[in-house]
Design a protein. Structure first.
Lengths: 130, 597
């Protein structure tokens, strides 16, 4: 791997990553693919996030939905774990709480396929610093 | 493809719900049905928008319009005006008090939200095991800037000017700490990250390490450059296996990019980080004890001075900062000291992460500007007390802190206000207690913890806390006297004054603070031999009310010790000398015939 020697190197990695990434920038403007983040810190995993991660990966492929499923740390919504964040192209990221397999299925069928909201969403209730 | 033309999101967070949020939903649905629009427009409950003061909040998608202070009567207008005619309803739109502008879009409304995420900026947002993603979110940019463009003194000045204070508990100025370590002359210095998060109920450090480990590595390297150290050590408890694993991956990835190691950013500055494991001893969160533990010695504190900044790890100048403190560093460098110091109160700048636990609805991590009141934290962000019970107190600062009661609800939370209120910031654990919690038992619980965790080096802490614990145990058993209460206070004060380290000096705080705020409960325990919260098992007895008892024998059959006797269809009786107060009969009785006195 090339070592980073200048600030320009760092910026290059950032830009390359953002360009190739289907992920969102922090502002929440998606660039194409559907992105699902499964919050997998200790408390997420303890309440079943790992199974949800697997379920989503398998089911999205089965249902021919082009999406990336990413593992992240927890957002701090311990009261609603496991939580996942779904970003549809051009939409703001949306966090869903208390996700079990049933709800994950509902999220795929309703929100991901049709943009239809389901109960259990947690709106962004904080200010970001960028 | 989209089934619904528009969707109406109604906040059902605790704040909005209590202001008729549910009725708004019902009315909206009724209005839609009246116009046969229910298959065209979706109405859905969501979690809290963080705009509780302006609640109930209704958001319309895809128009991105937020209506505030909506009442159930407004439902008709929302449907007829906005949904049918597509016109915004001006009177339900927020007007900024300063600019007088109408604000309705969610990005514009963000500024009114109570929480600001600085420390938790990337938690849940980035993949912690992918350094490219971290870099895409500006990790290591601050390190690059410092190494390329600043002298150590300049960077230290930014940290000092920002007003950042240590987030581990003490609240010591981080800039000053760095300056002292910078000024110590030595061939070798150390940067230590204190990740020995020991307060019961606090887990913010774990979340940061699990969600955004690079923020800590970067800040440690910045600190290394500032104080002139090339060795970083992270002291983390082995009970955090996931955090350890993610840290290891992060360190490895940073080394591969040359962001740790030799000649970082081609500046000639070398810095590398190693992990040291703690065995989960509370006292090892104290910096001198932590250093001894890393040296392979017993985790016992030593007298300061000498401060670690002069003589710490292996006798070399050492700077110890907490995880959360480090996580604040790069945003300060990137956005400037005045940005950081514009957030918070006069003497406590920035934000603080709190771990809400106990009898609160929204258990979890929150990050709010210093100066947010306890009421906002507990009743708005935290969603209030579980099952609608009454708030009694909140324990902050863990075993070193105290409890804050109803009268402190409107106190802005910062380092100094909490100390003035008889508690402390600590690492930011907040354990919320409701009317069913016995305050004597709570202070006994914390003493349990301190007695267990005392290293035993100095006698006030080793023996004093043990005696305090015994006294509290006696009081809970109904064997206490009024003289014991006096003894409790005196002994607490002596322990505070004479203990060697922070653990002992703060261990009686839960006792003192409950004595100050809940003297009536202590008195009830010693004079009336009653526990008002009904928690102390030795002070309660189960009784059967003969008038209510139908003699169904359900209680007698469920009693594990056969303490209940009585004929069928006759009132039963509990033999108190046999009863073990397990409560099984109370649960079983369908006739409300069993009570606790």
């Amino acid at each position: 791997m090339n070592k980073i020697k200048t600030l320009a190197d760092l910026t290059r990695i950032k830009e390359e990553y953002l360009a190739k990434s289907q992920d969102t920038e922090r502002k929440g403007v998606s660039k194409g693919k559907i992105c699902i983040k499964v919050h997998m810190g200790t408390s997420g995993i303890a309440s079943g996030a790992r199974e949800i991660h697997e379920f989503l990966s398998v089911e999205l492929e089965k249902r021919n939905i082009d999406a990336v499923v990413v593992r992240t740390g927890d957002m701090g919504y311990c009261f609603a774990e496991p939580t996942i964040e779904v970003t549809l192209p051009g939409e703001e990221p949306l966090v869903f709480g208390n996700v079990d397999k049933l709800r994950a299925d509902e999220i795929i069928e309703k929100y991901i396929k049709n943009g239809e909201f389901v109960e259990g969403t947690i709106p962004v209730n904080y200010q970001t610093i960028n | 493809m989209v089934k619904y033309r528009k969707q109406i999101l109604v906040c059902s967070g605790a704040g909005c719900k209590s202001k008729q949020g549910e009725e708004i939903i019902d009315n909206l649905k009724l209005e839609l049905e009246a116009l046969a629009l229910e298959n065209d427009i979706n109405v859905i409950k969501t979690g809290c928008f963080g705009l509780c003061e302006m609640g109930p909040v209704v958001k319309i998608i895809p128009d991105d319009v937020i209506y505030i202070k909506v009442s159930p009567e407004d439902a008709a207008e929302i449907i007829s005006q906005h949904i049918v005619k597509g016109q915004k309803i001006d009177r339900l739109i927020h007007v900024d008090p300063v600019t007088k502008k109408k604000v309705s879009g969610s990005s514009d409304m963000a500024a009114y939200k109570k929480q600001i995420r600085i420390v938790l900026r990337n938690c849940g947002i980035i993949d912690p095991e992918n350094i490219d993603e971290a870099i895409a979110h500006d990790s290591y940019l601050a390190l690059g800037k410092v190494l390329k463009e600043m002298k150590p003194e300049e960077a230290i000045k930014i940290i000092s000017d920002s007003g950042l204070r240590g987030r581990g508990g003490g609240g010591f100025s981080t800039g000053l700490k760095w300056k002292l370590a910078f000024e110590s002359k030595s061939d070798e210095k150390y940067v230590v990250c204190n990740a020995d998060e020991g307060d019961p109920g606090a887990f913010m450090d774990r979340s940061v390490l699990e969600g955004d480990p690079h923020s800590v590595l970067e800040a440690m390297a910045i600190c290394g450059y500032c104080i002139g150290s090339s060795n970083g050590l992270i002291y983390i408890r082995a009970e955090y296996p996931l955090a350890v694993a993610r840290l290891k991956t992060a360190i490895q990835q940073a080394r591969e990019y040359g962001l740790l190691g030799k000649d970082i950013f081609g500046s000639g500055f070398n810095f590398d980080i190693e992990i040291r494991y703690g065995a989960g001893a509370f006292v090892c969160g104290e910096e001198t004890a932590l250093i001894h533990s890393m040296e392979g010695l017993r985790g016992e504190p030593t007298v300061k001075p000498p401060f670690p900044a002069e003589s710490g790890y292996r006798g070399k100048p050492t700077n110890v900062n907490n995880v959360e403190t480090f996580a604040c560093i790069s945003p300060i460098i990137l956005k400037g000291a005045s940005w950081f110091s514009s957030i918070g109160t006069e003497k406590s700048k920035g934000t603080k992460v709190f771990a809400l636990a106990g009898k609160i609805n929204n258990v979890g991590l929150i990050e709010v500007p210093m100066g947010t009141t306890l009421r906002e934290v507990i009743f708005e962000i935290g969603g209030g007390i579980q099952y609608g019970r009454k708030f009694k107190a909140v324990q902050t600062g863990g075993p070193s802190g105290g409890c804050l009661t109803e009268k402190h609800l409107d106190t802005p939370i910062d380092f100094d206000n909490l100390i003035a209120a008889g508690s402390m910031m600590g690492s930011g654990g907040m354990i919320v207690l409701d009317e069913d919690d016995c305050m004597v038992s709570v202070s006994k619980y914390y003493l349990d913890f301190t007695v267990e965790e005392s290293c035993g080096k100095c006698s006030p802490c080793r023996i004093g806390n043990k005696r305090l614990h015994e006294l509290l145990g006696n009081i809970c058993k109904g064997n206490g006297t009024l003289a014991d209460l006096k003894r409790l206070r005196n002994m607490s004060l002596v322990i505070k004054d004479t203990s060697l380290c922070g653990l002992g000096q703060s261990s009686p705080n839960p006792v003192l603070s409950t004595l100050d705020n809940f003297m009536d409960e202590y008195i009830a325990h010693v004079t009336d031999k009653k526990c008002p919260a009904g928690q102390c098992r030795d002070l309660m007895q189960y009784f059967i009310i003969p008038e209510n008892c139908v003699g169904c024998t359900a209680c007698a059959r469920v009693c594990p010790v056969n303490a209940i006797t009585g004929e069928r269809k006759e009132p039963h009786l509990i033999n108190h000398s046999i009863c073990i107060k397990c409560g099984a009969c109370l649960e079983k009785c369908k006739f409300d015939a069993i009570i606790i006195k």
